[in-house]
Ligand binder design. Structure first.
Ligand code: GLY
Length: 369
């Protein structure tokens, strides 16, 4: 018997487990292959401003709150795990290619200004001065100094070490469902038939959360993303570059060593695992349009995973409606960014009994009203 069972050992599950163990509760994380889902695919953009969308202002506030926590979060983690995690604070440049792209960027800039976000409009020449590898055809851009990045794989390794050091048990097993007795969640059933008992069960299974037997209906679905990793990009870009290329979005994120992550498709195709010729073609085509030298880089890795998309693109946090069952899912495009704040608010809910005000707009109740 443990105080808290966390289903899912990705970034969100481990952050919840680490923070909850720090509050003095016993915690077991159950996952048959921790950190191989969306956490493994993610580029690691910490980008509340460049991800901001009309009508999603509450999500933006949560994202900004999590970004604010990042420097202390990685510093504390690095100490706890005795491994440094680097936060890249070189900002993000968003560029456009044709007239329509530039109109879309101008509209985005207006929206960002209305929200009081720090964004500077640049001409094509000013954009190239910041990022000399940009193609001459780039027409202009927006410089966002506050949108950063982190290496999600390094972050996961560090969270795993910190969680273990805080006393979190890691159980490598496949989960078959939630155990429900007397109208409350009392643990997890494993695929082999074994049962694990816990006072509380946290579901942090990303896109897989809604399909777990025993889970009440959840507005969370898989949104496929294909993503590429290139090598040999040392010094090519100073920071993250995002682009609108004839209406299509692509992002280029410098990563560990000489890596460059190129992402990502957004596809509503269920749990389709295929890396497709079309997906890779579109990403590389747009990336090379923006930064021609990318055509010389080595294609090191291609993969597809699933974002946990919710009905309003915001996470689903806190009580599920079923006593004992707690939700930490639906992070969609912002899972890496929302890792610190999710761990903090769910740990507070588990240890203190109340969800902090910051997280209250994100309970499942918003879909039931
Ligand atoms: N956060 C970027 C993406 O989901 O592709």
């Amino acid at each position: 018997m443990t105080d808290v069972l966390v289903a899912g050992g990705g970034l969100i599950g481990l952050s919840v487990a680490w923070r909850t163990a720090q509050r003095g509760l016993s915690v077991t994380v159950v996952d048959d292959d921790p950190g191989t889902g969306a956490s493994y695919a993610a580029a690691g953009m910490l980008a509340p401003v460049t991800e901001a969308a009309y009508g999603e202002e509450p999500l933006l506030r949560l994202c900004l709150a999590s970004l604010q926590r990042y420097p202390d979060f990685v510093a504390e983690l690095s100490r706890a795990a005795a491994t440094p995690v680097e936060l890249r604070t070189t900002g993000t440049l968003v560029v456009g290619f044709d007239d329509d792209d530039m109109r879309a960027l101008a509209a985005l800039h207006g929206f960002q200004q209305d929200l009081g976000l720090a964004v500077q409009r640049l001409t094509g020449r000013e954009s190239r001065r910041r990022e000399p590898a940009l193609a001459p055809r780039v027409r202009g851009g927006l410089q966002v100094p506050g949108d950063h990045s982190v290496d999600p794989r390094a972050l996961h390794r560090t969270l795993l070490a910190a969680a273990r050091a805080a006393g979190v048990e890691m159980l490598c097993a496949r989960i078959g469902g939630v155990r429900i007795e007397g109208g409350r969640a009392t643990g997890l059933r494993l695929l082999g038939g074994e049962e694990l008992a816990g006072d509380a069960v946290v579901l942090a299974l990303g896109a897989h959360t809604a399909s777990l037997p025993g889970v009440p209906p959840l507005p969370v679905r898989p949104v496929k993303g294909q993503i590429l990793r290139l090598g040999g990009a040392d010094g090519l870009l100073g920071g993250t570059v995002r682009a609108l290329v004839r209406g299509r979005q692509v992002y280029l994120v410098p990563s560990a060593g000489d890596g460059l992550v190129v992402g990502a498709t957004v596809e509503d195709r269920g749990f389709d695992p295929a890396v497709t010729a079309g997906g890779v073609h579109d990403l590389l085509h747009d990336a090379i349009d923006v930064v021609p030298a990318i055509s010389e880089l080595e294609l090191v890795e291609t993969l597809a995973r699933w974002r946990p998309g919710s009905a309003d693109n915001a996470p689903v946090l806190g009580p599920s409606g079923l006593p004992g069952l707690v939700l930490a899912t639906g992070h969609y495009r912002n899972g890496v960014l929302l890792t610190p704040v999710t761990g903090e608010v769910i740990a507070e809910f588990l240890a203190g009994g109340a969800l902090p005000p910051l997280a209250r707009p994100f309970t499942i109740d918003r879909f039931r009203r």
